[in-house]
Each structure stands twice: as structure tokens, then as C-alpha cells.
Design a protein around this ligand. Structure first.
Ligand SMILES: [Zn+2]
Length: 457
């Protein structure tokens, strides 16, 4: 992590924290009062919790806790009930562990993440929204929908129980990191870039395949030394990397989930060819290509919005963001990395029917939250500054969010007088921030594979 997460800032100020299933909280912070790692934890990780004995202590009382998400299946398949059972079990255990820890351990700040809403909406948007465009309204699908709705109701009830487990006068935020809507199709974005001459496919691929089968002269080893190495090189690199000729590729899409296109920039990319002088020219060319992309059914332009990365992001992680980010068909069209076949693939049974939207949920309640306010201009990044303010702590310079007007009561919003001095940056920045090497190569590969299974990469 490039800047200290909020739980470290709170720990610096002596506030006991509890974290359950919070993404990128691995390794579990040792200064937390209690912590259970999230689904991005390497499956080979030696310990998932803080204190390390937490599971041993609680398992006899609360039952097994599984960090891995259940296998991903689409509703309509025979495995759908199995998938739902897995999500139910995981959600129930996250809630039970959270309630128990919140009741029995010391905490001033506690953050619990439930993923069930995300899983269910990706796989069951079609039925949950009542659209029934992909899955007909059969008794089987209705039974699945009913089961999913029961889980969502149970989750609501559990949120009530967690509130009841909190001390009186606790301020509460309920936050989603995105909204949801239908997924109508996927576009093979790299195929589109290839059509516009921005990406080139490798001519060596067939030769490699042939050599794999007919290696009677043990040529493969020697030829592999001559042919360009696949980008990234490691086993976990997506298979399509091997099909791209990086020496003739100026722009490419790297994941299904970042909705972006990366420039193959010299000095930054492993086999970058675009000079810094040509960078803007390539971005303009990609943007023009995207403006020409047409909806496969309506024939209308499918590009809803386009952003240069600096329009959206800032700070030390900027270099890792895609160079351009697109919203297609209002969010209903996602990227697909595969190259073959038609340019667009419509959503069918067996694929996700829902995907993310920009607008999520933010509900705040408590003695220091203004009552009966509806705030229109609030962003998820505004939550951390508001929480720090509630603890009387200064908001660090690197924080991009701001405390929304009208969120906190006037007394809480102006409580600067009881702020404590923030520890000097030098001590603070490094404190508890895991060094890059926290993940071994194997762990990184394991996490990447899991993220790929989840559809992120
Ligand atoms: Zn999701």
C-alpha cells in the first residue's frame, strides 16, 4: 500500500480497531484489536487473523470460517444452489464472527465487508431485477431468486444485529463501493484495437505451438531464446499476452474489470515501444477508435464517457492506472480479453448478467451525523475523512476525499479543537505499511489466479 490505510492512522492515535474481510487488509495488522483477512489473502498464507490464534479460539464456538469465496456458477446451472449455499455459509460466518468479536473485544472503529451483494448481483441480476431477459421465469429460476432474496433479507437482519452489538452512541456508515445494473454484452477490446492498427498479433504463435508438438530437434529451447518472450513472463500472465506482438503494439487492454486501455509506453511497460513524445498521439488514436465503436444492435455509438487517467486519479498510484478509462453503453458493456470470434458477445445464460455501476449506496447514522439529510454529491472517498474527523484526527494531505457538507452535525464538523497532533509523516508513513515483499511470488500468483477467477483480471 502506497499510503497508510485508515486503520493504521487510527492505530497510531491509539484507537483499537477491528477489521473483518476488508480488501487489501492482508497481512492482518498486528496493531488491530482483531482482524480477519479478506478474499485477496493468499491461500498459502501462514496466518489469516490477528491475533494469530483467533480461529483456534473461535472455531469451536462459531464453526469453520472460509476465506475463499465459493465456486462461481451461474444461476440456471445445476450448481446454482450449491453456489448459493456457499455464499449463505460464508455470509453467515462473516456476520457471526463479526457479532461475536464486536461484543467481546475492545474496539473504537470496526469495519466489516460483506461480498454477498456483489456475487448475487453479478450472477443473478437478470432474475433479481425482474428482467428475465436471459433466464425465463421458470419455477427453478424463481426458486433461486427467492433463495437469493432471503439471503439479502438475512444480511439486512444481520446488519441490525451488528448495530445492536455496537456500544450506544456509535456512528455508523453503510457503504457500497459501486452500484449495479445489467450487463448486456462484452466487447473484445483488443480485437478492436487490432482493427485500428493499435495492437498487433504475434506471427510466432503458430510456430511456438508447432514446436511444442514436434520438438524432435529440441529446437524449442533455442527458438524460445530467439522469439520475443511473453510479456510478464510468469505463469499467471493471461494467455492472450502470448498472442500479442509487443514490438508492434501501441495500446492494449489488460483486464476485464479496469475498463481501461494502456499505452505500451517505453520505459514503463516491459516491452514498451511508444516514446513519451508519442504518448498523447496514441491516446488520441485510441479515443478516436473508441468513438467509432457501435452498439451491435442499435448501431449507435456505444461510448458513454471517456477519461484520461489524470482526470480521475492522482497520487503515487497514478502510474498503475490505465491511460484511458471508458464507460460503454452506460456501464452495460464490459471488456472481454479473448481475441477470437465476433467483436461483441451478448450476455447469455452461463455468463454474468449484472455488472458494476458508478453510483452506490452511502447511509450514515449516529449521534454526530445530521438527521434526515439527503446529500447528492458524496463519494466513497469522502468516508475516510469523515471518520477521521469523528475521531478528532487530522485528515492527511494524501487523502483525496473531503468531509461532505451536511453529513456531520455542526458540532462534530467543527470539532477541530479536540484534534490531536498527527505524528510526523516520517514515522507515520512507514508504520504498519506492508513492504512490497509481503507477498511471495507464489502468493502473488495465487492471488492473481483468484482475482482472474472472480473476473477482475
Ligand atoms: Zn463485483
Amino acid at each position: 500500500m502506497l499510503v497508510p490505510p485508515i486503520w493504521n492512522l487510527l492505530a497510531d492515535a491509539g484507537i483499537p480497531t477491528g477489521l473483518i474481510n476488508v480488501p487489501v487488509s492482508y497481512p492482518p495488522p498486528e496493531r488491530a484489536s482483531f482482524a480477519i483477512s479478506d478474499f485477496i489473502t493468499p491461500s498459502t498464507a501462514p496466518r489469516f487473523t490477528h491475533p494469530p490464534t483467533l480461529f483456534d479460539e473461535l472455531r469451536p464456538l462459531l464453526g469453520e470460517y472460509v476465506i475463499d469465496p465459493p465456486p462461481l456458477e451461474s444461476p440456471g446451472g445445476t450448481e446454482a444452489h450449491h453456489m448459493l449455499e456457499g455464499v449463505e455459509h460464508l455470509t453467515l460466518q462473516q456476520a457471526r464472527y463479526a457479532e461475536h468479536l464486536m461484543k467481546t473485544r475492545e474496539w473504537g472503529f470496526c469495519m466489516v465487508v460483506f461480498q454477498a451483494t456483489d456475487w448475487l448481483q453479478h450472477r443473478m441480476w437478470d432474475a433479481l431485477s425482474g428482467e428475465y431477459q436471459i433466464y425465463p421465469e421458470t419455477p427453478e429460476i424463481l426458486a433461486l431468486r427467492e433463495r437469493a432474496e432471503k439471503l439479502l433479507s438475512a444480511l439486512d437482519a444481520w446488519i441490525g444485529r451488528l448495530l445492536a452489538a455496537s456500544p450506544p452512541h456509535t456512528d455508523v456508515f453503510i457503504v457500497s463501493d459501486h452500484g449495479f445494473g445489467p450487463l448486456r454484452q462484452r466487447v473484445k477490446i483488443n480485437q478492436w484495437l487490432a482493427r485500428h492498427g493499435l495492437l498487433a498479433l504475434s506471427r510466432h504463435r503458430r510456430l511456438r505451438g508447432l514446436l511444442g508438438r514436434l520438438d524432435f530437434l529440441r529446437l524449442r529451447h533455442r527458438i524460445n531464446r530467439i522469439l520475443p518472450r511473453p510479456r510478464g513472463g510468469g505463469k499467471s500472465a493471461p494467455p492472450i499476452w502470448r498472442r500479442i506482438d509487443w514490438r508492434r503494439t501501441r495500446a492494449y487492454a489488460a483486464t476485464r474489470s479496469d475498463m481501461g486501455v494502456h499505452v505500451n509506453l517505453r520505459g514503463r511497460e516491459p516491452q514498451g515501444i511508444v516514446s513519451p513524445d508519442e504518448y498523447e498521439e496514441v491516446r488520441d488514436a485510441v479515443l478516436s477508435a473508441m468513438k467509432e465503436l457501435r452498439h451491435p444492435e442499435t448501431g449507435e455509438p456505444i461510448l458513454t464517457s471517456a477519461f484520461r487517467r489524470e482526470d480521475l486519479f492522482e497520487g503515487p498510484g497514478l502510474e498503475k492506472a490505465p491511460d484511458l478509462i471508458f464507460i460503454l453503453d452506460g456501464g452495460a458493456c464490459n471488456h472481454e480479453l479473448r481475441l477470437d470470434g465476433p467483436l461483441f458477445e451478448s450476455t447469455t445464460s452461463g455468463t454474468w448478467t449484472g455488472t458494476h455501476r458508478l453510483d452506490g449506496v452511502l447511509i450514515a447514522h449516529g449521534p454526530r451525523i445530521q438527521r434526515a439529510q439527503r446529500l447528492d454529491q458524496v463519494d466513497i472517498i469522502d468516508v475516510a475523512p469523515a471518520v477521521l474527523q469523528l475521531f478528532g484526527l487530522p485528515v492527511p494531505d494524501h487523502t483525496e476525499g473531503r468531509i461532505p457538507d451536511g453529513l456531520l452535525t455542526p458540532e462534530a464538523a467543527s470539532a477541530a479543537a479536540w484534534r490531536q497532533p498527527h505524528p510526523p509523516d516520517d514515522d507515520d508513513r512507514g508504520a504498519g505499511v506492508p513492504p512490497e515483499s509481503e507477498y511471495t511470488e507464489d502468493e502473488t500468483r495465487g492471488v492473481e489466479e483468484r482475482l482472474r477467477d472472480l473476473g477482475y483480471l
